[in-house]
Design a protein around this ligand. Structure first.
Ligand code: BES
Ligand code: MN
Ligand code: MN
Length: 456
């Protein structure tokens, strides 16, 4: 391989890394209203960089929430158009005191860069942009046409980008999408992700008495919303992890025998996963399905938090008037957010105990997706990855969700190449998120080589 762009990327790596750190210092947490201005600052930072590397039509596209960032370079006549996608928003940082270095002070330690957004997804967005810079700087042009579309609300459901993509704007006319927001199956193992779970994120509000009450005076007579939530939650899943909502599993499309066979030959050690990634006494879940099947191809239900009531230090004897439970479900092919939400809502309304009023709300949702692999871009990607990583690519699914990927297929009619460079232990959404520096470097080279292959 003698690619001037790869040589440029290697020479400029220290600068690339310093620039990424500047982006990471912006606390663009999309779910917190107080960080709204920071999200816009991150968008402007990316916009300026895209202009700086020679992209055109660079603009912020306003949505009801955080802006989208768009830019293009369309001078490779007769060559395909790639749509680069990533997100600049990040997750909150709690629990704060578990971070070994502050979340928004990117810090290098033992071959990794630590900080919120290093892996999910600013580090990967920066790898995309630095690959484009390397190609432009080394050759004065790109081997194919590229549009860049970055969003700032992926972590909260991505409604703004969804509406934009659904309007099928001419700016998005492309042949395929390059999505850099996933991970390698194992360190050093080049990976393409070909399926994501969908999700519905809901809130269950339970109200009992008209106001908070003294638990001695009224305990025994007044309904307790927290107990009601516990009773409802206990009826959502049985001990084997089977979800009890009637009709929940109807219509699920299982993976093909070939896909299952491929998964069983992946280098996966369940005990190692339990100990090093999960760190619990045992794993849980549906009997008869492997861990990879359970996390990639089976739906699930989780409770994220039950805010409300007394959570201060010490004791307060109160029967709270109200409690809320944040509950999400991950969906697999054959399931839709609308149908699943309706089934969940009906069931919860039916099983709610006497004495409380409940309200079931949908916060956001996204469809599951499987991407098409019968296209020349997947081919070009595996060729590039083989060269950069020295190994054959594995095809995996992921249990996570990136709501817009399904819409690229449904609304724009294009396949996605999900080429991401995170690692399973990168602690995304958790304290001490990191990005392996070698993966940042090889990620840039992979994208450079991928575009060169796609332009052949
Ligand atoms: N990048 C992740 C999704 C992901 C994680 C893909 C690991 C592959 C491997 C993305 O940023 C994410 O966290 N998505 C949210 C989406 C949701 C809020 C709609 C998720 O999966 O919880
Ligand atoms: Mn992400
Ligand atoms: Mn995420």
């Amino acid at each position: 391989m003698s690619s001037p762009a790869v040589a440029y990327a290697r020479e400029n790596h220290p600068r690339f890394l310093n620039e990424l750190k500047d982006l990471l210092r912006i606390p663009s947490i999309s779910t917190l209203p107080e960080n709204k201005a920071d999200c816009r600052r991150a968008a402007e930072f990316l916009l300026a960089e895209l202009t700086h590397i020679g992209f055109e039509h660079a603009k912020l596209l306003e949505t009801e929430g955080n802006p989208l960032v768009y830019a293009d370079w369309l001078h490779a006549d007769g060559k395909p158009i790639a749509l680069f996608y990533g997100h600049y928003d990040v997750q909150p940082t709690d629990p704060e005191d578990e971070w070994l270095s502050p979340p928004f002070e990117p810090t290098e330690r033992d071959g990794n860069l630590y900080g919120r957004g290093t892996c999910d997804d600013k580090g990967q967005v920066w790898a995309q942009i630095k690959a484009l810079e390397s190609l432009m700087a080394a050759n004065g042009k790109l081997p194919i046409n590229v549009r860049v579309l970055l969003e700032g609300e992926e972590e909260v459901g991505g409604e703004g980008i969804e509406a934009f993509v659904a309007s099928k704007p001419p700016e998005l006319k492309s042949d395929f999408a390059l999505v850099s927001d996933t991970e390698l199956f194992a360190p050093g193992l080049p990976t393409l992700c070909v399926g994501l779970r969908g999700m519905i994120y809901t809130e269950l509000e339970v109200r009992g008495a008209k106001t908070d009450l003294h638990s001695g005076m009224y305990g025994g007579a007044a309904p307790n919303p927290f107990v009601a939530i516990a009773q409802i939650v206990a009826k959502l899943k049985d001990e084997d992890g089977h979800i009890l909502i009637p009709g929940f599993y109807d219509g699920i499309i299982p993976p093909s025998p070939e896909e299952l066979a491929a998964w069983s030959s992946l280098p996966f050690d369940e005990e190692h996963y339990r100990l090093t990634e999960v760190g619990s006494r045992t794993l849980v879940g549906e009997a008869g399905y492997s861990v990879l099947q359970r996390t990639w191809a089976r739906p699930t239900l989780d409770v994220h938090g039950i805010p409300g009531g007394f959570i201060g230090a010490g004791a307060k004897t109160v029967i709270p008037a109200k409690a809320t439970a944040k509950v999400s479900m991950r969906l697999v092919p054959g399931m839709t957010p609308a149908k699943t939400f309706a089934l969940y809502k009906d069931y919860v309304e039916k099983i709610a105990p006497a004495g409380v009023d409940i309200e079931v709300r949908l916060i956001h949702s996204g469809d599951p997706c499987l991407v098409r692999v019968d296209n020349p871009y997947i081919q070009a990607a595996t060729t590039a990855l083989r060269e950069v990583w020295g190994q054959e690519t594995v095809f995996i699914r992921s249990g996570g969700s990136i709501p817009i990927v399904g819409d690229f297929d449904r609304n724009l009619g294009i396949p996605s190449v999900m080429m991401g460079f995170g690692l399973p232990d990168d602690n995304i959404h958790a304290p001490n998120e990191k990005f392996h520096l070698k993966n940042f470097e090889l990620g840039i080279e992979s994208i450079v080589r991928f575009l060169e292959e796609a332009g052949k």
